[in-house]
Design a protein around this ligand. Structure first.
Ligand code: SAJ
Length: 411
């Protein structure tokens, strides 16, 4: 089969992207270094949870347009959608780790041809697309391979929201940032296959910075809400009512405080800006510190609520990083539950979206039903605004020490 596209990395971004291209008639090879992922996709199953993704992947595989393998093959477009993790420095700041992007890029050297387009979708620091070009050229030289023409490179960041990915994949505006105008044009044309919204052409560095900026903007705004919650607590004001009222101003739109910021994006991406311009990016750094400090503040609240109780049991309601999903990556709720367990609290964890305790809690906490937790716990600690928790009648909270970090209960 003559391939149109290879997608390197079949995670939260790569898998939906590969599948949607395949259902639109493109011949796609999904590449992943984890054999279990390759086998799962080839069976038409999925290894991650996202509403309706199973249906899309099954349709893509059954159509014969999507298959998975451990190595890339020749195709006119190669999309890199691998993780960009980070290393934590002693001062708490984070430095991007581009190992996966580099190895995925180098793996293309044996199959790349003149005129091919290489797209970076992974969220990356400014300058990464230029680095990809250098890595691939270096690998070609090492192999003694000449492709005999230009290879095109572009950064096309993904902005889909976990929980609403399939809808947003099609309807979000996109950015096509090429190292050359021709690369931007080719990338734009490619995403037209399924994207019904506007696609803007720009250069690669602007595209890289745009993606980081979007998540840093949200982080700073969440930090404002989280800081307000601390101030209001100190002053005896209900922060949720305050925000509701302030948001009646036509130009004010304050976000919601919570137990901290989780997920693999918002809590990480601002660091890529801070790392690149530490002297200038002061506000973004402080915002990160405010949001990262919130779990510690919540734990202080639990300690205060536990005063006078012998062997207190705490129901941790929700472990996911946000409402109505099963994703526990970088979750402040999980961090809080795990910390409380190591401090000797009896932790009753409630997470309707998972079937077993995550590693961080195994042997330290009990996974129980909501009903069980409401009955048994001394302290109810609401961490995630899952719909199941919003439905708890106020009467069930009576007699309990309640800490509602999301402001969903009017008790
Ligand atoms: N949160 C609050 N208060 C709020 C909103 C969010 O505490 O008012 C918390 C959530 O509980 C969660 C964290 O922030 O812990 C992040 O959640 P989110 O829904 O804001 O964002 P993500 O991480 O699921 O997805 C973000 C999105 N970026 C923006 O909205 C700017 C998404 O569009 C990106 O594609 C994604 O990051 C990504 O992959 O970069």
């Amino acid at each position: 089969m003559q391939l149109d596209i290879t997608v390197l990395g079949l995670g939260y971004i790569g898998l939906p992207t590969a599948s949607i291209f395949a259902t639109k008639g493109k011949k796609v090879l999904g590449v992943d270094v984890v054999p279990r992922v390759v086998e799962t996709i080839n069976r038409g199953d999925i290894h991650i949870e996202e509403p309706d993704l199973d249906v899309l992947v099954r349709a893509a595989v059954q159509s014969g347009n999507l298959r998975a393998a451990g190595k890339p093959e020749a195709a006119s477009t190669h999309i890199v959608a691998v993780p960009t993790p980070f290393d934590v420095r002693p001062d708490g700041s984070r430095a991007p780790d581009l190992t996966y992007v580099e190895s995925a890029t180098r793996s293309l050297a044996s199959v790349i041809r003149a005129g091919d387009l290489v797209i970076l979708e992974s969220t990356s620091p400014v300058g990464t697309t230029e680095k990809m070009k250098a890595w691939l050229e270096d690998e070609l030289t090492r192999m003694g391979r000449k492709v005999g023409g230009e290879i095109l490179y572009a950064h096309c960041p993904e902005r889909i929201l976990p929980g609403q990915m399939l809808k947003e994949l099609v309807s979000n505006d996109r950015i096509a940032g090429g190292l050359t105008p021709e690369a931007s044009r080719r990338a734009k044309e490619l995403y037209r296959t399924f994207c019904t919204a506007e696609i803007f052409e720009t250069d690669a560095r602007t595209a890289e910075m745009a993606k980081l900026t979007e998540n840093a903007f949200r982080d700073v705004n969440i930090a404002f809400a989280n800081e307000l919650s601390l101030v209001c607590d100190r002053l005896g004001i209900n922060v949720w009512e305050l925000i509701r009222l302030a948001n009646r101003h036509p130009r004010v739109k304050i976000l919601q405080p919570g137990p901290g910021v989780g997920g693999h994006c918002i809590a990480v991406d601002p660091w890529f800006i801070v790392d690149a311009a530490p002297k200038e990016a002061r506000l973004m750094r402080v915002a990160r510190e405010v949001n990262d400090g919130k779990p510690g503040w919540v734990m202080d609240k639990v300690r205060a609520a536990a005063a006078g109780l012998k062997a207190p049991s705490v129901a941790c309601l929700g472990l996911a990083f946000k409402a109505n999903i099963d994703d526990l990556r970088e979750s402040p709720s999980l961090e809080i539950a795990a910390h409380l367990a190591t401090e000797g609290y009896k932790v009753l964890a409630v997470e309707p979206h998972v079937h077993e305790l995550p590693k961080a809690l195994q042997g330290k906490a009990e996974l129980v039903s909501l009903e069980d937790a409401l009955t048994r716990a001394d302290i109810l600690l609401l961490l995630v605004d899952h719909n199941a928790f919003k439905a708890v009648p106020v009467a069930r909270l009576r007699g309990k020490r309640v800490i509602d970090t999301r402001g969903i209960w009017n008790y």
